[in-house]
Design a protein around this ligand. Structure first.
Ligand code: C2E
Ligand code: CA
Ligand code: CA
Length: 691
């Protein structure tokens, strides 16, 4: 309410006060005047009586004389003297038992106050005085009668009363006005000033404008009121600022990621929403880049939780520093970041941005005095080309990133409509894969493995093949991840184990007793509780001698839950199989954890064998791996050996085994045996004791 503007004038405190004081003063004035008038009337009444008696006393003597002499003239004269007094209406001298001796009379006084004065005094008052003879007999002679008209005294009384009444009221009103002026000066005005001040206070910062202390009121109730109100205002202000801080904190928490302090997913979505509206108006393009860290789960498993968080903070710092104001950065999820790039004229600008982001992670991160390399893959969508709304754009950027990861990592990938088709096709393929076993579309091929010391083939790795009825041969790199995703890998893996073991048994019974079979075990299979029993059962069922069955596990399969996989691998190993660590060097190979696992062999990934011995960095890596193997008492097998130069180098380092096209491509079982027997140096296993 705006100071006194909002108050109806009738409701003003000063008006109310004035009314109350006026009413009180009037009542009091009237009351006091009435009391005064009543007292006056009483006195007047007494005065009438007194005067009448005085008059009677005065004429008693001459009247008695006139009566005793029976002198009418004298009596008349005495009475005439009475008529000089105005209030005497009738005066008479009566003889005992006879009519009047004398009498005077005048008409009743015609006064306009008569009605009231008659009410107060009675219209006529009659006084009598008995008359007696003078000494000695004192004989009763008659009486003196005096009738007094009270209207004269009444008139005077009423006139006085009117004056008393009106001066009383006037005095009361004057008092009331004076009082209300004093009230107004002492109370209403200061209150109005305080109200005006109060309503001018900004409710956002009530403590900033304290109420002024009305002068001279410092120590009274008003002063106390102002002090209390000011205290209250300060308290409200304090409270207000606390609440604002809390609100700001909640706002921050709900909009920003607690760890990296980057905008969170919802904030990113809002931001994109705003930006695409603007871009649509200005006919501009926006690029949305979704950056996903490669294999962050493994990093998580490798370092402790705090270190993993620290890495995320460091990554976000690098990205933030690199981007500055050029693009909007946020965190989409655990290991995913989003970058929004506006005013993109050509798609290559987004590609350059993606490349630059990836490059930001080139330098390894130092965590707990260890160098840790992290790579990322970026998916890119463009507005408006790839989608018109936030959800579509984000989803497509994430799809593009996931698709890029499934091919190879540490790169970027644009979203294209074909990815959508690709995803649909993938879904269809996943469904087809589910039927592949029952439709007999799966088969095994066997790739030879060569031992350098013995100079001969010593076994094979069983590799799975899927012949799709329409699409033909599909690469295991495509369908194995699908089967892992749908968990079809469990029945499929069982099928591989069963068939590879049966094949090995067949070879052994066919006379190739020394042959060894290596089988790939997926991460999902490793987690399967039934795997140990199953392996033991197969060894028994196909009478496979100890050491003839080798199971290959990748680093990524064991790193997710180190303790569980360690126990599981121990149990598997106890059945009598050997264990190989597949694709060594591509994961997060750390010597520390390698020691903890019961591996017998490491398989150097083919990417490190490529270009040997010219590729100097690969030379270094392979030499180091062989060295690690030696120091841990592990055998080392090199994958992807395609040339004699590679073989020469590998043997020079001390690598014990090789696998690759140089020794043979993956072959059907019969082709494998044909290939085997064609080799020089191959022992004739059909001759027992020759192995
Ligand atoms: P891997 O276990 O590393 O298998 C070796 C892969 O390298 C095979 O590809 C093989 O054909 C290929 N390779 C062998 N020598 C050479 C060479 O000299 N040069 C080149 N460029 N490549 C060579 P493939 O058969 O396509 O298998 C791909 C991956 O699929 C395998 O990698 C393995 O991880 C997975 N896989 C295959 N069969 C199975 C299976 O039965 N179970 C599971 N869980 N995974 C399997
Ligand atoms: Ca393998
Ligand atoms: Ca491998």
């Amino acid at each position: 309410m705006d100071t006194d503007k909002g108050i109806h004038s009738r409701e003003h405190l000063s008006v109310k006060l004035l009314k109350a004081v006026l009413f009180g003063a009037c009542v009091l004035g009237i009351g006091l005047s009435l009391v005064q008038i009543i007292l006056d009337a009483r006195r007047s009444s007494q005065a009438i009586d007194r005067k009448a008696r005085e008059m009677l006393a005065m004429i008693k003597e001459p009247a008695s004389r006139a009566v005793s002499r029976r002198d009418v003239d004298m009596g008349q004269e005495v009475l005439n003297g009475m008529m000089a007094i105005k209030s005497v209406q009738v005066a008479a001298i009566r003889l005992d038992g006879t009519p009047e001796l004398a009498m005077v009379e005048r008409p009743v006084f015609a006064s306009r106050y008569r009605l009231l004065s008659d009410y107060i005094f009675d219209p006529i008052r009659i006084y009598r005085q008995e008359l007696f003879e003078q000494e000695p007999g004192k004989k009763y002679l008659g009486e003196l009668i005096l009738s007094i008209d009270t209207a004269h005294e009444g008139k005077a009384l009423i006139q006085r009363s009117v004056v008393v009444f009106f001066t009383g009221i006037t005095r009361a009103i004057a008092m009331a006005l004076l009082l209300s002026l004093i009230y107004s000066a002492l109370l209403t005005k200061p209150l109005q000033r305080l109200i005006r001040h109060l309503s001018s206070i900004n409710p956002q910062e009530p403590g900033q404008q304290q109420l002024p202390m009305p002068k001279g009121n410092e120590n009274n109730e008003l002063g106390l009121w102002v002090k209390s109100a000011n205290k209250l205002l300060t308290a409200i202000d304090h409270h207000h600022s606390l609440r604002q801080k809390a609100e700001a904190r909640i706002m921050r928490l709900s909009q920003y990621d607690y760890l990296t302090r980057l905008p969170n997913r919802r904030t990113i979505q809002n931001r994109i929403n705003k930006l695409i509206k603007k871009a649509a108006q200005r006919n501009e393009n926006i690029a949305l880049l979704c950056l996903g860290l490669d294999d962050f789960k493994s990093v998580n498993a490798q370092v402790n939780f705090n270190a993993a968080e620290l890495i995320l903070i460091k990554i976000s710092d690098r990205l933030r520093n690199h981007l500055g104001n050029r693009a909007y950065l946020g965190r989409l999820g655990e290991d995913q970041f989003a970058v929004i790039q506006t005013q993109v004229n050509q798609p290559y600008e987004a590609a350059e941005m993606a490349q630059a982001l990836i490059r930001q992670l080139d330098q390894p991160f130092e965590i707990n005095n260890e160098q840790l390399s992290i790579t990322a893959t970026v998916g890119v969508t463009l507005f408006p080309g790839d989608g018109a709304d936030v959800d579509t754009l984000l989803q497509q950027a994430e799809f593009a990133m996931i698709m890029a990861k499934s091919r190879s990592r540490n790169r970027y990938q644009f979203y294209v409509a074909t990815i959508d088709t690709e995803i649909r096709q993938r879904k269809k393929l996943e469904m087809d894969l589910h039927q592949a076993l029952s439709h007999n579309e799966l088969s095994l091929v066997f790739q030879p493995q060569f031992n350098y010391q013995q100079g001969r083939l010593i076994g094979a790795e069983a590799l799975l093949r899927w012949k799709h009825p329409e699409k033909g041969l599909i690469s295991p790199d495509t369908f194995i991840p699908m089967a892992e995703h749908s968990l079809d890998i469990i029945p499929i893996g069982d099928w591989v184990l069963e068939n590879a073991c049966r094949q090995l048994h067949q070879w052994h019974t066919d006379g190739h007793q020394g042959l060894r079979m290596a089988i790939n075990l997926s991460a999902i299979q490793l987690q399967d509780q039934g795997i140990v029993e199953r392996v033991a059962m197969l060894l028994d069922k196909y009478q496979i001698p100890p050491g003839a069955l080798e199971l290959e596990v990748t680093e990524t399969a064991i790193i997710e839950d180190v303790e569980a996989s360690k126990a599981q691998l121990e149990n598997i190993k106890n059945t009598g199989v050997t264990l190989a660590l597949d694709d060594f060097g591509t994961g997060y190979s750390s010597l520390g954890y390698l020691k903890q696992f019961p591996f017998d062999k490491i398989k150097i990934d083919k990417s490190f064998v490529e270009g040997l011995p010219e590729n100097k960095s690969n030379v270094g890596i392979v030499e180091a791996i062989v060295q690690i193997g030696k120091s841990f008492g592990l055998k080392v097998l090199a994958e992807g050996v395609e040339t004699i130069a590679q073989e020469t180098f590998l043997t020079s380092t001390g690598c014990q085994e090789g696998q690759g096209y140089y020794y043979g491509k993956p072959l059907s079982s019969s082709a494998f045996i044909a290939h085997l027997v064609n080799q020089p140096n191959q022992p004739d296993y059909s001759n027992p004791g020759d192995s």
